[in-house]
Design a protein around this ligand. Structure first.
Ligand code: C5P
Length: 399
């Protein structure tokens, strides 16, 4: 099926790369295995050579006439790094290339999938987490490690992800470049600001990151993407057409104007539900401040898109702290959506303004896909995979 480079780094989980390699070979992939020095202390190169029927590459200096790192970087359709140790992750993030595996990773322009596995403290370390964020921003697919029994005989996060998860991520990147080709995708993202006066406003803690990652991934899959983005310091992804807005009304106007003919619209924006009835033209002086603010509702962008049937497939987000799925299903019906992504904002370290999220996608046909907890860039990949299935199901299900 695919030509792959399987990079194996020096961690105890290297033995699991053997089973993965065998699965890849059995399903017909051509696999070139590259091992670090550390990996060879755990597993013999012969094991991989016997499985793949190809020489295992371990050194930059073995066959200089073939320039193996450039040749492999060019010929492979994707590179898998299993396990990715803290050391390799750090070097990848920094662009250090002091062995064959890292040279290939730096030279390739093809997708890279990494499955980190290490001690829990090393995984949680801000340095490792920072490097993982850098890699995710660069488009590296990260298959998050699981929580479970570690080699240190303690339970923690850092166990290599299950082979199915690694294979799913690999398949996603292999099919990724074209799955939305020719389609138009509209995304709303970020907060809105509702002015009280020229310096004060009502808003919320959204940074727009989830929507930005969803737009980035849609673009990576070949879609033409319009991103209507509220005020945030997070940069919109390159290649995406971005319309900057401030208020809910501006976001409404831009989204409604861009919606007709879109194949999919994703409303991730945390739109302010209320705005002051009066926005003062000049800064209100402290002593002249009114005792209360009179508020009115802002227009509901998502509900309007649903009511007017402006797009072919409409997806909302629901950020809740309790009874998540019941509220979300109610929203799915009342706003006439095709699917809704539910996000538990009460989970520590996830949700607004954080790097991670938890998401469950509920589709109109009743299917439920738990995307788990992951960095937002990784969730965006899982989100589009789930949506692809829901869209197929929706064309088969009666309306
Ligand atoms: O009803 P609720 O605000 O919880 O619904 C959330 C969903 O509706 C999100 O997808 C959000 O982007 C969208 N929304 C909107 N316009 C509003 C309020 C919410 O598009 N004014």
């Amino acid at each position: 099926m695919a030509r792959l480079v399987l990079g194996v780094a020096g961690g105890i989980a290297a033995y699991k790369a053997v089973a993965l390699c065998s699965t890849l070979v059995q399903r017909g992939d051509d696999v070139d295995v590259v091992m670090t020095d550390g990996a060879q202390r755990f597993i013999g190169a012969l094991t991989f050579a016997a499985l793949t029927h190809r020489p295992v590459l371990t050194s930059l200096w073995d066959a200089p006439e073939t320039i193996p790192h450039i040749a492999l970087a060019r010929s492979a359709e994707a590179m898998l790094l299993v396990p990715a140790t803290a050391n390799v992750i750090a070097k990848l993030a920094l662009g250090i290339a002091d062995d064959l595996l890292l040279n290939i990773a730096l030279a390739t322009r093809r997708p890279i999938v990494i499955a980190p596995a290490m001690n829990a403290a090393m995984y949680d370390h801000p340095a490792t987490q920072g490097h993982l964020r850098t890699l995710a921003e660069r488009g590296v697919a990260i298959v998050a490690p699981e929580t479970g029994f570690l080699a240190e005989r303690e339970v923690g996060v850092g166990r290599l992800a299950a082979p199915e998860a690694i294979l799913a991520a690999l398949d996603a990147v292999l099919g990724r470049t074209s799955s939305l080709r020719g389609q138009r995708v509209l995304v709303t993202a970020g907060p809105t600001r509702e002015p009280i006066d020229p310096v004060r406003f009502l808003s919320n803690a959204s940074t727009g990151t989830m929507g930005i990652e969803i737009a980035r991934e849609a673009h990576a899959r070949g879609a033409r993407v319009d991103l209507v983005l509220g005020p945030t310091l997070v940069a919109p992804p390159p290649g995406v057409r971005c319309v900057r807005v401030t208020t809910a009304q501006e976001m409404f106007d831009a989204a409604i104007a861009l919606a007709p003919g879109a194949d999919v619209a994703i409303a991730t924006a945390a739109v302010s539900d209320f705005r002051p009835v009066v926005a003062h033209a000049h800064k209100v002086k402290k002593d002249a401040a009114p005792a209360s603010l009179e508020l009115e509702r802002t227009p509901d962008i998502l509900a309007t898109l649903g009511e007017r049937k402006l797009v072919k497939f409409l997806v909302g987000f629901a950020a809740e702290t309790r009874d998540l799925e019941a509220y979300a299903l109610e929203k799915l019906r009342s706003k006439q959506l095709d699917a809704i992504a539910v996000n538990d904002v009460s989970v520590e370290g996830t949700g607004f303004g954080t790097g991670e999220n938890t998401l469950v996608v509920l589709a109109r046909d009743g299917t439920r896909t738990d995307l788990g907890r992951a960095p937002k860039a990784e969730l965006a990949i899982r989100f589009w995979d789930a949506l692809a299935r829901a869209r197929v199901a929706s064309t088969e299900a009666p309306l």
